[in-house]
Design a protein around this ligand. Structure first.
Ligand code: SF4
Length: 432
């Protein structure tokens, strides 16, 4: 009997990597909920430049507010949380991740998986490229009256991390952060333990890069934007540098390589996408409130995403960076300074141009989100520059992260369809 799309989707639900990820997240939130009783210290921090290995080396648990916000968006809870924050006086222009988090806090601080979230023992900001992050933690500091460490991370204005910048970040980690972690956890800094976590991080990073680069195959066995959101979840949040993280990425890589060997495409909300008519690169974060609807707009047109910049916000590993256990503090400084939104504009343009060429893309789409200036500022210039360098016209669409008021399905669908028709017309013109 022929296998239907539904069967295949049902099968993938049982893939071991998905089961593992679900278990890991459930267990992490269980430990967070029990932290007030178990005494495990909790460090709130953000995805870009996060220092998970260091946090873990002190036996503390990381909690990432923007992951909670995006999860709330995916689960249909963000509208009410944003309304709650706006009633409390937060402007409509403020990043919706912040309002979603503040609204959740004011509504009882029950996290997206339904468990109560603990208070932080430390607010740790290790990426200052986004001013909103700083303001966000200032609001939480008023709420929790807990210690804060705000590292200053120099912007890569000349397209590289200067030795003085690196030394400056290392010094802040050594002078401010480590003593604070010692104080709040009651543990002494253990560099061997940190090296152990960094070595685990590098193993998972190798496997993640293999997964992302599998999109060079035809058909691509992954969707490197919508599908990649699930793939990068563990490494961008609490599990980089852990045994569970290593196991997850080993398993994921095995599954993706098996799919590539079988000539199969990724699973989308409509089933497997084996016939791939368009290969696209995407810049910008996805919309979370209509995530599946957004994905379907691409997959129903047989468009697969072969590379994206959003899947690099927690680490630009495919350009060679790996956490280095041989230089624990230096490697963390490099990681903080190397996050995607800390790159300068020419660097970001170059990355998109590389992706279009390396992954033999037919086109590229910029999703400009209203909330996030770190991503959106300069995107129109990037569009023009990438078009100039590649000779390929791009598409520009607009939405938001977790505010459903800014997702206009009809507009986005129209623009995307017109764009794909334009790719067809260019192909016909080239005799392809
Ligand atoms: S503005 Fe962007 S980077 Fe800053 S908190 Fe909001 S989503 Fe994150």
């Amino acid at each position: 009997m022929a296998t239907t799309a539904k069967d295949r989707t049902a099968k993938v639900q049982k893939d071991r990597s998905m089961v593992l990820q679900k278990q890991m997240i459930a267990e992490h939130f269980r430990r967070l909920e029990e932290a007030p009783e178990s005494g495990e210290p909790v460090v709130y921090t953000f995805v870009p430049g996060n220092l998970t290995e260091l946090i873990r080396s002190f036996g503390a648990l990381p909690l990432l507010p923007e992951i909670n916000a995006l999860q709330s968006g995916m689960r249909g809870k963000s509208r009410d949380y944003i309304a709650e924050a706006e009633r409390a006086g937060h402007s409509e222009d403020v990043c919706t991740y912040v309002k979603c988090d503040i609204g959740m806090l004011k509504s009882g601080n029950i996290g997206p998986t339904g468990t109560r979230l603990p208070k932080p023992d430390l607010l740790l900001l290790s990426y200052t490229g986004c001013y909103t992050f700083m303001k966000w933690f200032e609001l939480l500091r008023e709420e929790y009256d807990c210690p804060t460490v705000f590292l200053q991370i120099p912007y890569q204005s000349d397209g590289k991390i200067e030795p003085a910048h690196r030394a400056y970040v290392v010094e802040q980690i050594r002078r401010d952060l480590i003593p604070t972690l010692e104080r709040i956890t009651g543990r002494a800094y253990d560099e061997d333990r940190l090296r152990h976590h960094l070595a685990l991080a590098a193993q998972a990073e190798d496997d993640l890069v293999a997964v992302l680069e599998s999109a060079k195959h035809r058909p691509s066995p992954i969707d490197a934007y919508f599908g990649a959101v699930y793939y990068v979840g563990p490494i961008f949040s609490a599990f980089r540098g852990t045994e569970e993280g290593v196991e997850y990425y080993r398993e994921l890589r095995r599954e993706v390589e098996a799919r590539a060997a079988a000539g199969e495409g990724p699973i989308t909300p409509d089933g497997p996408l084996n016939e791939q008519r368009y290969r696209l690169v995407v810049e910008g974060p996805p919309n979370w409130t209509s995530f599946r609807e957004f994905w379907r707009m691409f997959s129903r047109e047989q468009a697969v995403i072969v590379a994206s910049t959003y899947s690099k916000v927690g680490g630009v590993y495919d350009f060679g960076f790996r956490h280095d256990p041989g230089d624990p503090l230096g490697t963390m400084a490099d990681y903080c300074g190397g996050c995607y939104t800390n790159l300068n504009m020419p660097g970001r343009v170059e990355m998109l141009v590389d992706y279009i060429r390396e992954y033999e893309a037919d086109g590229f789409v910029i999703n400009s989100v209203k909330s996030c200036n770190s991503f959106s500022a300069g995107q129109l210039m990037m569009l023009r520059e990438v078009e100039k360098c590649t000779g390929i016209p791009g598409a520009f669409i607009e939405s938001d992260l977790v505010d459903p008021r800014y997702f206009s399905a009809a507009n986005i669908k129209n623009r995307l369809e017109s764009y794909l028709q334009m790719i067809d017309a260019r192909r016909a013109g080239n005799g392809a």
